[in-house]
Design a protein around this ligand. Structure first.
Ligand code: ASP
Ligand code: MG
Length: 468
């Protein structure tokens, strides 16, 4: 379908009856011009509520479970009453009751077993998206825009990495086209759940927290969409986090590569994996604010005309630096590195920065604080023998660090950028602990002491003239 527009609405953009009305209005307006499919997140905070409920179930806290389910029911029923005309409310309320009963059934199982099996978690948390898709589709129909809620478990086929699954594009393409193209051809607007999918044999999965952006890009690629618009609650991709840097500006255009790096290094507007499915077909993306739809937003493209050096700086405060060093010259540092990275990969840990230097082969990697325990465990078991026999020094962990990343395709081949960045940071008397820059020169990642992180971000933003 060559003029198809896919739009994704995030949690705050569907967070209340009023926000759902705005989202549906945007969708209907575009649909008057061309075919549209939308992908929706759960209402804001619902995924957290669902996960909290499952943890309570696992812990045997039945009262907590019931209190949370009551909140879940009340929020959706209240939204239903506020959103829909009276004649549609009963039908929608039945749909809500059905989905909540399904959630309760799964949570009840966890309560009984004192266990949270990952595949059941995925089935249960996707109910947040199924609830919002149901309400929005009902509203669109009530407003005269034919629409149908579609559970992505029917059309997005993934591997079996529960909680952080990856799509299998071939079967996803076949299934999503078979299910959605007939709807589109009949003028029906599909309202697809973000975040979830299922394995080829039908076991429910999710794509990781914040994964609805990724769902939207997967479907855009599968349907050969002309464009993807991602609606959030900020004006677009910015040169820095405006809470840290008041002079930060919205970037009108960024490349796929820049956007992916910014997302990966802490900019919250886009899920880091969003852009990958779009690259092959070069589908352009807009990041837009549903609270200010008249603003232009950021356009994300394969490449942009004039490359302009360092474009944006991001930071991550909740990170930890893990260092390893062989204690015996008999042990090759490269070998230990390979084993360590392999162990982290198997444990599904995201290595944010990796750096190695010096004759003694000390090397370090930066991980998210949430993944520290898992990382340490993976390394300790992979290197158990070496650690026990003192071939490797005990694993060192520094949590008093922060990551700052400077991104811009235009830094390539331009001498002086790194020098200016380091000088700006040192002028603030902030200690630099580790540095990494790949040969693509797209990103300079700098690990600094945690208490100097904000200062360093502001200094780099000013030094590189990013606010202009
Ligand atoms: N609802 C899911 C989450 O909160 C997915 C998303 O919003 O993108 O992680
Ligand atoms: Mg979200």
């Amino acid at each position: 379908m060559n003029d198809l527009l896919v739009m994704k609405f995030g949690g705050t953009s569907v967070g209340s009856a009023e926000r759902m009305r705005v989202a549906a209005g945007i969708a209907a307006e575009q649909k008057a011009r061309r075919p549209v499919a939308i992908v929706v997140s759960a209402m804001s905070k619902i995924t957290d509520l669902l996960l909290d409920t499952l943890r309570r179930a696992e812990a045997g806290d039945q009262a907590g479970l019931e209190a949370n389910v009551a909140k879940l029911r009340e929020r959706h029923l209240a939204t239903c009453r506020e959103l829909l005309p009276p004649e549609r409310q009963e039908g929608a309320a039945e749909g809500i009751a059905y989905l909540i009963a399904e959630f309760q059934r799964i949570a009840g199982g966890m309560l009984m077993l004192n266990e949270m099996p990952p595949r059941s978690v995925d089935e249960a948390v996707a109910i947040g998206e199924r609830l919002s898709a149901l309400l929005i589709a009902q509203y669109l129909n009530a407003q005269g825009t034919p629409a149908e809620a579609v559970n992505a478990a029917e059309i997005v086929v993934t591997d079996a990495v529960f909680g952080n699954a990856s799509p299998l594009m071939e079967p996803t393409r076949a299934k999503s086209r078979a299910r959605l193209l007939p709807l589109l051809e009949h003028g029906i607007l599909p309202v697809v759940t973000g975040f979830n999918g299922a394995t080829a044999d039908g076991r429910p999965t999710t794509l990781g927290r914040g994964g609805s952006d990724f769902s939207a890009s997967i479907l855009s690629a599968a349907l050969d969409a002309a464009e993807l618009w991602i609606w959030t609650d900020v004006d677009g991709i910015m040169s820095a986090d405006p809470r840290l840097v008041p002079s930060a500006v919205v970037l009108h255009e960024v490349t796929y590569a820049e956007a992916a790096e910014l997302a990966y290094n802490g900019a919250k507007v886009l899920h880091p994996r969003t852009l990958a499915p779009l690259i092959e077909k070069q589908i352009p993306v807009w990041s837009k604010n549903s609270f200010a739809p008249e603003k232009p937003g950021t356009r994300i493209l394969p490449s942009i005309g004039a490359a302009t050096g360092a474009r944006a700086v991001t930071s991550l405060a909740r990170v930890a630096l893990i260092s390893l060093q062989p204690a015996s010259p008999e042990l090759s540092g490269a070998h230990v590195m390979a084993r360590a990275l392999d162990a982290l990969d198997r444990a599904n840990v995201e290595v944010l920065v990796f750096s190695s230097s010096s004759y003694r082969q000390n090397f370090c990697f930066l991980v998210r604080t949430e993944e520290l325990a898992k990382s340490r465990q993976a390394l300790e078991s992979a290197l158990a023998l070496e650690l026990a026999h003192d071939y490797v020094y005990p694993i060192q962990v520094d949590e008093q660090v922060g990551l700052l990343a400077v991104v811009g395709e235009g830094m390539q081949g331009k001498p002086g950028t790194a020098g200016r960045i380091f000088t700006a940071i040192s002028r603030e008397k902030v200690n630099i602990i580790a540095i990494a820059q790949g040969s693509s020169e797209l990103t300079i990642a700098i690990v600094v002491s945690r208490d100097g992180l904000e200062k360093a971000v502001r200094a780099v933003h000013a030094e590189c003239g990013m606010g202009q």
